[in-house]
Structures are given as structure tokens and as C-alpha cells.
Write a protein that binds this ligand. Structure first.
Ligand code: SF4
Length: 185
């Protein structure tokens, strides 16, 4: 790939603030990022809509293409049944990462993308090693490339907060599901 030739990458996105630094970083490193929003783990509905609207607004203003896939939350709840009391970062979260990354991989494999990744590793609350290993497993399953990354590195998380403030964005104070509301993340 020449220096000027950018590569399309499908990027699982959970919210606007997490995209700020990651999308900028990817754009500066020879990628054209396409956001893919698939997050049936975000509850309640008004919080889901707030995060989605914030993301849509960010993508429009910054000129990033965004693909939305919205499903009822029932399947997500079924898949994490019995894990309601797991601490954040545990088994429930691993299933949750996989649900969202698998939908991203499926979309990539039936579209014109050969590479995908996720913004999730920008959060200091997320285990980068687990997320990357899920990404690689799915890449093998769907014959894709997964961009392994740790976007929180080199002050990535700090930069995402600074950019979110600069763009005057709404930033949530918990991960997403109803079980994480009291964990104040
Ligand atoms: S805490 Fe976050 S990652 Fe874990 S299950 Fe809930 S929404 Fe998913």
C-alpha cells in the first residue's frame, strides 16, 4: 500500500467519545474508518438513544461513514443469562464483546471490508488481551483480518476525553448494560 493509498477498515463503535481519538488515530495511520454501531448491551432505551444520537452527530460533523445495526435486546439478555452478578470485566463482558464483534465481522465479511477492529480497547476498564483474542478468533472464522490494537496506549484514553470535551460531547458514566449502572464506570 502506498503512503497515500488508504485502506478501508470497519470499526465496531460503542459511542461517540470512544470514537474520537480512535478514528483520528486510524485516519492518521493510512486507514479510512467506517463506524459500525451494534450495541444491544446499552440500556435503558433512552441512554441507548442518547449515545447513538451523539455518535451520529459526531460522525456527520467529522465526515466519518457510519453503519447502524439495531436489534431488540432480548437476544443479548438471553446470552448473558445467569451472569447478571458477574463483576465488570468477567465472563458476562467477554460474551458481550463477542456478540458485538461477531456482528461486526459478519457485516465485514458480506460487505467490501477485509479488515475490522473495535474502539473498545480505548477504555481503561476493558481487557485489551481478551478483546484482541476474540477479534482474532472471529477474523479466522470469517476469513478476515483483525487490527489488533490497544487504543488506550500513548494517552489514548486521555486524548479521547480531551477531544470529547472539545467537541462538547455527552460522556456516559457507566459501561452500558443495566448490570453495570451501579459500578460507576
Ligand atoms: S459491563 Fe459493559 S461489557 Fe460488560 S456486559 Fe455490561 S455492557 Fe457488556
Amino acid at each position: 500500500m502506498s503512503k497515500t493509498e488508504k485502506k478501508n477498515i470497519l470499526v465496531h463503535t460503542c459511542c461517540g467519545p470512544c470514537c474520537t481519538h480512535v478514528f483520528q488515530y486510524l485516519a492518521e495511520n493510512n486507514f479510512t474508518p467506517y463506524g459500525f454501531f451494534y450495541n444491544p448491551n446499552i440500556h435503558p432505551l433512552d441512554e441507548y438513544q442518547t449515545r447513538l444520537e451523539e455518535l451520529i452527530s459526531f460522525a456527520e460533523i467529522r465526515g466519518y461513514p457510519l453503519i447502524l445495526k439495531e436489534d431488540p435486546v432480548d437476544t443479548w439478555f438471553e446470552q448473558v443469562r445467569g451472569l447478571e452478578d458477574c463483576p465488570e470485566g468477567g465472563k458476562r463482558c467477554q460474551i458481550c464483546y463477542k456478540i458485538r464483534l461477531e456482528e461486526t465481522a459478519k457485516y465485514a465479511s458480506k460487505s467490501d471490508f477485509d479488515t475490522f477492529t473495535t474502539v473498545l480497547t480505548v477504555s481503561p476498564h476493558k481487557n485489551t488481551q481478551i478483546i484482541n483474542s476474540i477479534g482474532i478468533e472471529l477474523a479466522n472464522k470469517y476469513s478476515l483480518n483483525f487490527l489488533e490494537a490497544d487504543f488506550k496506549k500513548n494517552n489514548g484514553f486521555k486524548k479521547s476525553i480531551e477531544l470529547s470535551r472539545k467537541y462538547n460531547m455527552y460522556r456516559q458514566n457507566y459501561c452500558g448494560c443495566i448490570y453495570s449502572i451501579s459500578s460507576d464506570k
